[in-house]
Every structure is written in C-alpha cells, then in structure tokens.
Design a protein around this ligand. Structure first.
Ligand code: NAD
Length: 477
C-alpha cells in the first residue's frame, strides 16, 4: 500500500493545531496554521510549501482558490469592513465595506493570464507567464485587508504565494481575513498557507522578508519610506508608492460635473485613496462659479479664517527636517471632525469641506488624506497645469482635468506624465469604477508596472519548436 506522507503530516498537523500546538512538526508541515505566523522564516517556509503544492495544480484550481477569496471578501464585507474601521479608526465605514466587496468582485484573476505566440517558417515560439514563487508583500493602513485581498487574487492567479507584512495599525483585520481565506481554501481545495501574514509586523519583520533568500519578488504599497526601502532591498521590487493627485479645472469644464466628481473622489473613505483628489487648480475666469458649484453639490466652503484655523490644527511638523504632514488626529477623519478643527459645525452627512488657499498653504503640497481640499486660483490653464505638475512632486501617480478643450487635456497629459490621467470623471473612474479599465489597489508608478494584474507578478518563459507545428505553412517535406 502506498502511503501519502504529506497527507498524514497535514492531518497530524491539523490535529495538533486544533489542540493548541502552534509550531511545525517534523517534516515542516505548516498545514493548519491558516497563514498566521510570528516568525518570518516559518512564514516563508509555509508559503514556499504552499507554492510547491500550487505548482502541482492546474488553472482550474487557481480559479477555485481565487473564487473562495472573492466569496469571503464579498459575503463577509460587513463584518470584516467593520473590523477594519474599528481597528484603524480612519476612513468611513460604508467605504471600508464597499472596498472589500469591490476588490473581491473585480480584481483581475486567471482570465488575465495569457500567452503570446510567434509562428512562421521556422516553427513556433510560445511565450508563457510563469510565477516567481513566494512574493514578499507590504500593505498600507489605509486599506489593510482590501490590499491583501487584491494582491492575493492577482498573485495566486499567476501561480505565486505571498507573505504579507501588514501595517501594524491594520494587523488584526489582516490576520483575521487571511485566516478565513486559508481555512476555507484548505477545506475546499486542500492547500493551506497560500497567503501568509505576520501577526506582529515590525520594520524588522519587513526587513526579514525583504532579505529572505526564498523571497523571489517584493511588492510594496505605501508611502515614500517603504518605497525607498523596497528599492534599496537588492531584490526585484514592484513599488506602488505615494501620490498627491492634482485636479485642473479650465474655463470649458462642466462645473457641476466637476464638482460632483471632486466630491466623489476626494471624499471617498475620507480621502484615503492614493488616487483621490488632493488639491484643485481652477482658472480665474470660472473660479467663483466653481466654488458655487461645489456648494450646490453638497460640499461646505470654509472662509479664510476657518482655513487658517484648520491648517494650524490639522497639519503638523515631523521628522528631523520638521516637514509638514497630516496630523494623526485629523487624518482619515470625517468632514464634520475637520470642520470642528476649523471652528465650524457641519452636519455629519457632509462628505467634503473645501476652501480657497494660495499655493503656500501646506494642504497643497501635503498628501493630506483627509476630506478638506484646497482650491487655488490660477491666471490661466498653463499656470494651473504648471502648479499641478509642481505639487504632484514628480510621483507620476495620478492627475485629473475637467475640460472640454482637447488641446488642454493633451498638454496636461504630456506634462504630468502620470500613471493615471483622468478626464471629466472622479479619480476612481480610472480603475474601472465608473470608467473603463480594471482595478487594483497596488498602482506601481515608480517601477512602471502601472495598475497591477496577475501578469505583473510573472516571469516570461519561451518554449520554441524548430521547423515544425506551423501547420498553416508550406507543406512538410
Ligand atoms: P506608510 O508608508 O506609512 O506604510 C505603508 C507600509 O509600509 C506599512 O505596512 C508600513 O508598516 C510599511 N513601512 C513603512 N516604512 C517602512 C520601511 N522603512 N521598511 C519596511 N516597511 C515600511 O503608508 P500608509 O499610511 O500605510 O499608507 C498610505 C500611503 O500609501 C500613501 O502615501 C498612499 O499614497 C500610499 N498608497 C499607494 C498606493 C498605490 O497603489 N500606489 C495604494 C495605497 C496607498
């Protein structure tokens, strides 16, 4: 009789985990851990085991696995979104829930996997997209579990597994989500630990993942510090870095549509999206009408004294160089909280507050991630575009224009050189939410991969057949 050693190890491991034994057993099976680890070496070893098991399965099983992640993200979005809101204490509950549902439903999966073929007189070359292996992943506090959901779907679709170092302030929901994904996948497909997560993430565990020899590729989503760390890691890195998306409004724009779009994008999850509208440059000719359109669309305008008061409270100085940054008490908070910081009271239903500033106000250069958006008056569209470029800081992330002048759109597109450039819509339309295209919450600007898909996480492999299998060609001799 043939004994399946892996199966026996897995069953023993599962039983031990159920009676409270946490460590690996001889033979290093981590089945039953459901992806939750304190130790980087164990997490990477478990993800490597899972990668080897996944490599024995076909595309149909990858799809089954991804469908389980999608199902949990969608069906349990209220519970998990509420958990994320309670833990991170930033953003809006309805959007925390919606992000899980959206990423679960719409993240590109196995349908994005395709091969290329060259055929001709000398035969056939097939280029296929192979997995890297275990990917080291860093996720932000702004969307802890949604980023893991999206990354897991795309990375597993292309045959990889992952070890995630979540932001410490979003670790509990990360752990719970990953545990639920793995438990269901293990029960239904028989592979555990396809996504592993550090239960106590620190900069040391991140460095441990970056430096581990079994980590084949790194994918980080976050601000400038983690982008730099990934690029200095010595490994191939896919970097979804920070943004500070400017909006330009010219004299040809549909101002009411522009106002609705700025509110939709700039207020979403209290302006936590990296693509979210952060500062607006409006040509003088329509500036006052644009401000009125914002009020008609439901945003509340602060006067100059209130803007000064909010700036004093909501912007702070950090680091050795004392540079301006969002104050943690205001980051990701509701417009009503910000309004209080400006000495004003607004209804809880207000999504966005705004006001006129000049470009020396720190809200213009800072990626504020809170639902106050500064509006800057510009002489003409050239000045507006020049300021947009300056205050985007060369991140080349996202820029938006409201205009019906194709020349202005073209000019801004060329000058900004951003990964996403949106015309006449809210920022999220560029991710297929109200526009064409597809979604990912890891938009890799600095390293150039753009809106990531399963193919982003693959290596090209070529398989060549010489002088045969071009069945359309000249008759064989
Ligand atoms: P953050 O930079 O504070 O943290 C992001 C992640 O990096 C966290 O897990 C954090 O623990 C980790 N980290 C920070 N410094 C590190 C270092 N030196 N080494 C290793 N890991 C490190 O950002 P955040 O507040 O969590 O998220 C918001 C930022 O992320 C914004 O700048 C936003 O624009 C950006 N973001 C970008 C995208 C994108 O697709 N480009 C998507 C979401 C968020």
């Amino acid at each position: 009789m043939q004994i399946n050693e892996t199966l026996i190890r897995d069953v023993v491991s599962q039983v031990l985990s159920e009676v409270g034994h946490d460590g690996p057993i001889a033979g290093r099976s981590f089945a039953g851990r459901h992806g939750v680890f304190e130790d980087v070496n164990e997490a990477v070893a478990a993800a490597r085991d899972a990668f080897e098991q996944l490599s024995q399965r076909g595309m149909e099983d990858r799809k089954r696995i991804i469908d389980i992640i999608r199902r949990i993200s969608i069906d349990q979005c209220v519970e998990l979104g509420t958990m994320e809101m309670e833990e991170t204490k930033i953003g809006r509950l309805e959007h925390k829930i919606e992000k899980l549902k959206t990423l679960g439903a719409l993240t590109p999966g196995v349908e994005f996997m395709k091969s290329e073929v060259f055929s001709g007189d000398r035969g056939l070359a097939v280029i296929e997209h192979a997995p890297f292996g275990v990917i080291g992943v860093i996720t932000p506090v702004t969307h802890s579990l949604p980023t893991i959901t999206g990354n897991a779907v795309s990375m597993i679709a292309s045959g990889n597994t992952l070890v995630v170092n979540p932001h410490p302030s979003g670790k509990r929901v990360a752990v719970e989500g990953v545990r639920r994904f793995n438990r269901a996948i293990y029960q239904e497909v028989g592979i555990d630990n396809l996504t592993c997560v550090m239960a106590a993430p620190t900069l040391e565990t991140a460095a441990g993942i970056f430096g581990h020899r079994d980590i084949a590729l790194i994918c980080v989503t976050g601000g400038p510090a983690v982008a730099r760390a990934a690029l200095n890691s010595g490994k191939r890195a896919i970097v979804a870095g920070p943004g500070n998306p400017p909006v330009v409004v010219d004299e040809t724009a549909d101002l009411d549509n522009a106002a609705r779009c700025i509110i939709q994008g700039g207020a979403y999850d209290n302006n936590l999206l990296c693509i979210g509208e952060k500062e607006v440059f409006v040509v003088d000719e329509v500036f006052d009408r644009m401000m009125q359109a914002m009020e008609r669309a439901g945003a509340v305008r602060l006067n100059a004294r209130e803007v000064t008061e909010l700036t004093r409270n909501a912007i702070t100085q950090v680091g050795d160089d004392r540079h301006d940054a969002a104050h943690p008490d205001f980051l990701g908070q509701d417009a009503a909280v910000l309004a209080r910081g400006a000495g004003r009271s607004v209804a809880p239903s207000v999504e966005l507050i705004f006001g006129e500033t000049d470009d020396s106000n720190p809200f213009v250069p800072v990626e504020q991630m809170m639902p106050f958006v500064p509006f800057v008056r510009c002489r003409n569209v050239d000045e507006a575009i020049a300021k947009a470029r300056h205050f985007e800081h060369g991140f080349r992330h996202t820029a938006i224009i409201h205009s019906h002048n194709v020349k202005n759109m073209t000019k801004m597109g060329k000058i900004m050189d951003t990964t996403l450039f949106v015309k006449n819509g809210p920022s999220m339309a560029a991710l297929g939410l109200g526009g064409e295209g597809y979604i990912s919450f890891s938009i890799a600007g600095p390293t150039g991969e753009g809106v990531t898909t399963p193919l982003t996480f693959t290596r090209e492999r070529r398989c060549s057949m010489i002088d045969d299998l071009w069945i359309l060609g000249k008759p064989a001799n």
